[in-house]
Design a protein around this ligand. Structure first.
Ligand SMILES: C[C@@](CO)(OP(=O)(O)O)[C@H](O)COP(=O)(O)OP(=O)(O)OC[C@H]1O[C@@H](n2ccc(N)nc2=O)[C@H](O)[C@@H]1O
Ligand SMILES: Nc1ncnc2c1ncn2[C@@H]1O[C@H](COP(=O)(O)OP(=O)(O)O)[C@@H](O)[C@H]1O
Length: 343
């Protein structure tokens, strides 16, 4: 805990190296085989004690103006839900230092939810288990459990049922950030519409169960960017929402073409978009690729990031650490105070 009693948590963005989308379920969600990879772009969420009851939130960063400051903010919802579960009257000021593009398909809102949850849990010392925190995450949104976990994981169900995956090395990415966002529900709806018009149908009875790609999981485990690129391109793994994102934002085709021309090993839309993700062979190649994408005029900016990244992490210790060793006081001469008063 910092001197002012606040707690800060750092949470990564994600890219979906595979997003296999099943049919539309009766509850409005789609079953997924969602291969999440946490990447080194981060938001930081600080929870500070407040004098008055309630939860307030402030946001800084280039996209701060696009983030809601009311109860629809996922960080606020996370704090509310944790407080309600533990019978706590919340008194907290949340602050989000936002670096993850907003509505970009990189799970920034989910990151803030997971971060606020972990920060408030530490602030209020609720003693919640990891399972309870993951359960609250799943209630907040399909992607939120992965933001807590980080690393790499296969998400089944609507994406909330996670199995951690092995990653055998560092992958280097460039993220081309687009102007404006895309709404996740709108992209899923467009995916259903495209399936209907193509004649396959869009429900769970029309679409085969989504399955992870074995070559893709092997490439991750081997830490082999060339093999991952093969699985993403020739191997047919990839993002089933990509066609829908391109249909809603046709200019993304220009960004994908610019990345390929500039030497990316593979390029894909990140989740529901509109951020596009490009795999590079090394950190140096990623820097060069980012420069070429910025110069191409097909994106707002390009960011370099490595993966995998750790999940939500406390930056400030939860409590003032207990002294690790208590020095044995020298016997004090009569009439003086001990050199080390007892703790
Ligand atoms: C597409 C993905 C890929 O990881 O993320 P983004 O790229 O947007 O970040 C996720 O599936 C987004 O997860 P998340 O943003 O948490 O979605 P939720 O809040 O749970 O759901 C928002 C809406 O998206 C649709 N939805 C979400 C998940 C899912 N498996 N099927 C869906 O159809 C539903 O219309 C739902 O009402
Ligand atoms: N803390 C938050 N940060 C960003 N967006 C948020 C947050 N809380 C709620 N939202 C809302 O969620 C929407 C999706 O944002 P985000 O999670 O960044 O994108 P995506 O779902 O594409 O990964 C935003 O348009 C915004 O209205």
């Amino acid at each position: 805990m910092a001197e002012d009693g606040s707690v800060t948590v750092r949470v990564p963005a994600k890219v979906n190296v595979q997003l296999a989308v099943g049919g539309l379920r009766p509850d409005g969600f789609h079953d997924l085989a969602n291969v999440f990879l946490a990447v080194g772009l981060h938001d930081e969420i600080t929870a500070a004690p407040a004098g008055a009851p309630g939860i307030t939130v402030t946001v800084t960063g280039p996209d701060a103006g696009q983030v809601p400051l009311d109860r629809t903010n996922l960080a606020v919802r996370a704090a509310e839900l944790l407080a309600a579960r533990h019978g706590i009257e919340p008194r907290v000021r949340l602050h989000i230092a936002k670096d993850i593009p907003v509505a970009g398909g990189m799970a920034g809102g989910s990151a803030d939810a997971a971060g606020a949850l972990l920060a408030c849990d530490a602030l209020w010392d609720t003693g919640a288990s990891r399972e309870e925190l993951l359960d609250i995450c799943a209630e907040l949104g399909s992607d939120v459990p992965f933001s807590l976990l980080g690393g790499a994981a296969l998400g089944r169900g609507r994406g909330e049922l996670l199995t951690p995956l092995d990653v055998g090395g560092t992958f280097h990415w460039v993220f081309a950030v687009a102007d404006g966002g895309l709404s996740t529900p709108a992209v899923y709806r467009e995916c259903d519409r495209l399936r209907e018009v193509s004649g396959t149908g869009a429900t769970a009875t029309d679409i085969p169960d989504p399955e992870p790609s074995r070559p893709l999981l092997d490439a991750l485990a081997a830490g082999d960017p060339a093999a991952l690129a093969d699985a993403l391109t020739a191997g047919g793994a990839g993002n089933d929402l990509q066609a829908a994102a391109l249909s809603l934002r046709p200019s993304l085709a220009d960004t994908l073409a610019a990345g390929t021309r500039a030497g990316a090993l593979a390029g894909l839309v990140s989740g529901s978009g509109p951020t596009t993700a490009f795999l590079a062979g090394s950190a140096r190649e990623a820097e060069l690729l980012a420069g070429a994408l910025r110069d191409s005029g097909t994106c707002r900016t390009a960011r370099v990031a490595a993966s995998p990244a750790a999940g939500a992490t406390l930056l400030t210790p939860a409590r003032t650490p207990a002294p690790t060793a208590v020095p044995v006081p020298e016997p004090a001469p009569p009439g003086t105070a001990p050199a080390h008063p007892p703790a």
